[in-house]
Design a protein around this ligand. Sequence first.
Ligand code: NAP
Length: 252
Amino acid sequence: MDNSEANVLIVTGASRGIGSAAALLASQQGWKVLINYHGDSDAAETVVRLIKSAGGKAVSCKADVASEKDVERLFDFAECELGPVGGLVNNAGTLERQMRLDQMDGARLDRVFSTNVKGSFLCAKQAVLRMSTRYGGIGGSIVNVSSAASRLGSANEYIDYAATKGALDTMTIGLANEVAKEDVRVNAVRPGFIDTEIHARGGEPDRLERIRPFIPLGRAGSAKEVAETIVWLLSDKASYCTGTFIDCSGGR
Ligand code: NAP
């Protein structure tokens, strides 16, 4: 973090997993962090406490990223409590039980696309409105948390989830070009097989053990390893990177 004038970072879905690891690391590098969560206020408050006990600054805010009103309120709250927003990690994401595409119903597709695609777009919109020089901001950095699934397709598991990450990849390229001359960089990290609770949501808590033999590095990744790539892309160390992707997926 080198930009001291707009050093507030919003991390969506920061109550656990990759989001909480990114929030903790970003705070160690000078960001003041808004910890967004959807349901688990205790987990979000634990992250806030960890940051504060290490001398950092953080607040939590419940918001459903799929709700336009919630997202506007989230960004207003961050500015009011912490100051001008200079970074966004579009991390909140969800998936549902593993199944073939021909078994998925419309309600499931609405839920997954609302959180992963609509939610990321709504947050990116608010970030641009507040950070872009076009609207009087002083610039900033957006990191989208995509997935290796956008390349692999997730057959027999969750093609819907993989497709939402494909949409996020496309948004990364388009938005990066749209705001490049407005001092806003937009990049993405594509994690692969990371040890978090998300796999249990798909109905297979031991999924990583099954997949491990097919990962060139021979192991699952940690949330901290993904956080390192996110925080680097956010920082001015990545000042010549926009519209780019870092695969953090053990070689697969
Ligand atoms: P996780 O442990 O399941 O955490 C998901 C987080 O998202 C939680 O903090 C949850 O908040 C929040 N969230 C869910 N729906 C939300 C909504 N509508 N509004 C606001 N917050 C919401 O997941 P993770 O593994 O850390 O994944 C984080 C991101 O990395 C996701 O985008 C995921 O697709 C991506 N990713 C993960 C992997 C992996 O192997 N783990 C691989 C590739 C990509 P509450 O708990 O408060 O509800």
